[in-house]
Ligand binder design. Sequence first.
Ligand SMILES: [Zn+2]
Length: 440
Amino acid sequence: MRRLLVCSMMMAFLLGTGSAFAQNDITSKYRSTMIPRFVQYVQISSMSDTNAEWMTPGQEKMANVLYEEVKQFGFPTHFSQDKYIYVNIPSNLKDRQAPVLGLSAHYDTTPDIIGENIKPQVITHYDGQPIVLQNNHVIDFTSDPYLQKMVGKTIVTSDGTTNLGADDKAGVTILMTLLQTLAENPTIPHGPIQVVLTPNEDVGRSAERLDLNYYNPDYAFDFDAGVNGELITGNFSAEGVIVTAFGVNGHQSYAAENGYRNSADPIALITKKVARKRNLPNYSTGREGYIEPHHFEYNPKENTHSVDFRLRYFNQKDGKRWHKRLERAAQRAADKFGVEIEMQITKQYENVAYGVKPEAYNLLIQATQEAGVTPNPKEERAGTTSAMIMAKHGFGGYTIFTGQNNPHAFTEWLSEEDMFKAYKVAFNLVKHTAQMNASK
Ligand SMILES: [Zn+2]
């Protein structure tokens, strides 16, 4: 009892005098704007497309809507030819230089599921009953234990005929709400802030045409993770490895004389040597990597065969080991069959942990806790914009929860409360980086 009393007195003291109170006031004011904003965004279909040269008409429309909205906030804004939207907010600190804070989200949605004509259903005061959507899709506690925490709260689902697109319209909503907050409250102290809204994340290309003149922060945070508290602090490195064997044309029957060589044998040997059973994805969990011969291609005119491996690993030592193994297998096949072999490695994701400043972790944990959220840092067997930026541009960033659940599914849903808390995390990041000193 005594302890409790002391605690509540301290709380009263903090709330009465600390700046935390004023800050909470500001963020709470914007809470009610978030669902209408989110609902507006998801109704604009903006699926990316693996086969598109770059943009899809839907993404273009979404980008234009966002750009028009962003312009009203009055910050220096750059809308690139490739439809990235950059907002560069200059520091308003008078006495010193703070580090540059970077915040990102993607406005495309996945091409893997129907994402057109999305009809969001806003459920307020959720009663805990199974949510029955069209086409027999059901969201309930069995399939979704986290839903139990949403009783009495507001959630958003699709009508079941499409996904919802909370991945990543939730992230976009969070950043747009933050921009509005900063625009309408110019006395909030902040250092330089760079915000980028990207296309094509769900086809693995959100970092591809990123312009570092507008986005190259000291601390980068991406808003694209899942539920309350989820913070992605590491990920596997991902590579596409294409190994091609060049056969020699001629008639098989006179191969001894004319030098004919087929290109299938060497590729079969390489595949057998590299992708042993224990290296396959279905034997890999946690921090174990894998290699998968994902598909083969044969070009009869050129007499070439190639195998497209998907290689995933969590640390650089493993990566080197895999590359050595691939090279050894390729050399063996070249020697045995007398053909030339070429290996092309394309890095898709790099572990963000390699490129993050050490103090970024504490910054994120503090910002999360102050939003009333228990941090749940984890490494993921996947990659988002941060991992693509790390692979292409060499700086890493953490990925923060947004309130999206079950992405890429008809049963995708959004937690209004988690989205609001993620916005508070973003606000806290602004507040805390303003108190740091830029390292020069
Ligand atoms: Zn996403």
